[in-house]
Structure formats: structure tokens, C-alpha cells
Write a protein that binds this ligand. Structure first.
Ligand SMILES: *[C@@H]1O[C@H](CO)[C@@H](O)[C@H](O)[C@H]1NC(C)=O
Ligand SMILES: *[C@@H]1O[C@H](CO)[C@@H](O)[C@H](O)[C@H]1NC(C)=O
Ligand SMILES: *[C@@H]1O[C@H](CO)[C@@H](O)[C@H](O)[C@H]1NC(C)=O
Ligand SMILES: *[C@@H]1O[C@H](CO)[C@@H](O)[C@H](O)[C@H]1NC(C)=O
Length: 174
């Protein structure tokens, strides 16, 4: 739990860290994409909790059934192993200046492969959901220029993977 304390230090201009990778969701053969609806449902859940002042904005593509969810605007996927198959998983949400309003819903934590959350310059309000702390791969959160309350939940343990238990082991051994 002590590693969580580090994360509290992060301001709402929250930041970090890895260079964002390019979308790897391009067509790949021999992949069973039919089994994986969890990420799609999470995206639709997020959409259902947000409104947008841009009628033709990125969110209009969310839910278009003729587009794979990895093609929805602002969504970046990478292939990950899942149930013995490579499946495209959402790794980045990038919706800057989309007129998004509302609270970031807890169901964002169902995007379990999320690494980058880039939602600056919107009108998001309320607090950051503590469920974000369940996202173990999260390395970058940019929520600057929103109307969020200033408290960062202690559960936002996105940094926990930066100090993995193994590291402590190695320190002891030396
Ligand atoms: C966060 O997003 C804002 C708006 O695009 C940008 O100005 C700022 O540099 C970003 N912060 C980081 C650390 O990337
Ligand atoms: C993909 O997965 C579904 C559900 O498990 C299965 O019915 C289907 O046969 C699979 N398709 C391929 C090409 O493996
Ligand atoms: C869904 O996406 C397809 C392909 O980009 C596009 O032609 C169609 O107009 C979209 N449908 C809606 C309702 O936006
Ligand atoms: C995540 O998804 C499951 C099933 O799809 C759902 O029951 C659960 O409520 C979701 N979690 C959140 C935090 O919304």
C-alpha cells in the first residue's frame, strides 16, 4: 500500500511517462476477434456516461457497428494474448478537446489493458474514479484543462508497477 502514496503526489495535470506507441490494431490474419466484446462494452459504457458538445466529434464513431471498436476515433488498440489467442485490446484513449462533459465512469477500469488516458481540454467534472487504480498497465494520465475536483484518490495506484515486488527482492540480495 505504501507505493500508493507516491501516486497521490501527482497533480491533476497528471502526467507521465512512456512514449505512446503507434496503433497496432491494423489488420492481422488468423485472429479470432469475435470473442472479445469486453473492451467494446466498456467503451460503450464510458460513452453512455459522457455528453459532448461536438455533435460530429469523435464519440459519434463509438458504437458504429460497421467499425471495429479499435477503429472508433480516439481508441488505440494493441494485440494481447487472451484466452490463448491474440486479441486487440484497448491501450489508449485519446480524446482531446472533444467537448466531453460528465464524470469519468468507473467502467473505464474494465479496459484492463489501458496504458494511456489522454483526455485534456474537455469539461469533465467530479473526481477521478478510484477504480483507475485497478489499471495495472496505466502509465500516462492527462486530464489537464478539465473541471475535475482536485482530489486524486489514494487508490490511483497506477504507479505500483513502477516499483514491482521483484525489485525489492533484488535489492535485498545485493
Ligand atoms: C497534457 O495535455 C495538454 C493539452 O494537450 C498538453 O498541453 C500537455 O503538455 C499534456 N501534458 C503532458 C505531460 O503530456
Ligand atoms: C472464434 O471464437 C468463437 C467463440 O469462441 C468460435 O465460435 C469461432 O469458431 C472462433 N473462430 C475461429 C476462426 O477460430
Ligand atoms: C459508420 O461507419 C461507416 C464506415 O466509416 C460509415 O460509412 C457510416 O456512415 C457510419 N455510420 C454512422 C451512423 O455514423
Ligand atoms: C465491468 O464489466 C462487468 C461485466 O461486463 C460489469 O458487471 C461490471 O459492472 C463492470 N465494471 C464496472 C466498474 O463498471
Amino acid at each position: 500500500m505504501s507505493s500508493h502514496a507516491i501516486c497521490i503526489m501527482f497533480s491533476l495535470h497528471i502526467i507521465l511517462i512512456l512514449l505512446s506507441g503507434a496503433c497496432k490494431a491494423a489488420a492481422a490474419p488468423n485472429i479470432n476477434q469475435t470473442t472479445d466484446t469486453e473492451d467494446q462494452e466498456a467503451l460503450l459504457c464510458i460513452k453512455s456516461h459522457l455528453s459532448t458538445s461536438k455533435p460530429a466529434g469523435a464519440l459519434t464513431t463509438w458504437g458504429n457497428s460497421s467499425l471495429h471498436f479499435c477503429r472508433w476515433q480516439g481508441v488505440v488498440c494493441r494485440y494481447r494474448w487472451r484466452h490463448g489467442l491474440m486479441a486487440p485490446r484497448v491501450t489508449t484513449l485519446r480524446l482531446e478537446e472533444e467537448g466531453l462533459a460528465g464524470k469519468i465512469p468507473p467502467c473505464i477500469s474494465n479496459l484492463t489493458n489501458l496504458e494511456h488516458i489522454h483526455l485534456p481540454v474537455n469539461e469533465l467534472s467530479g473526481s477521478v474514479p478510484p477504480e483507475l487504480g485497478q489499471l495495472r498497465r496505466l502509465v500516462y494520465v492527462n486530464l489537464s484543462f478539465n473541471a475535475l475536483s482536485s482530489m486524486i484518490p489514494a487508490e490511483l495506484a497506477s504507479c505500483s508497477r513502477l516499483s514491482p515486488p521483484n525489485l525489492r527482492h533484488e535489492e535485498k540480495q545485493s
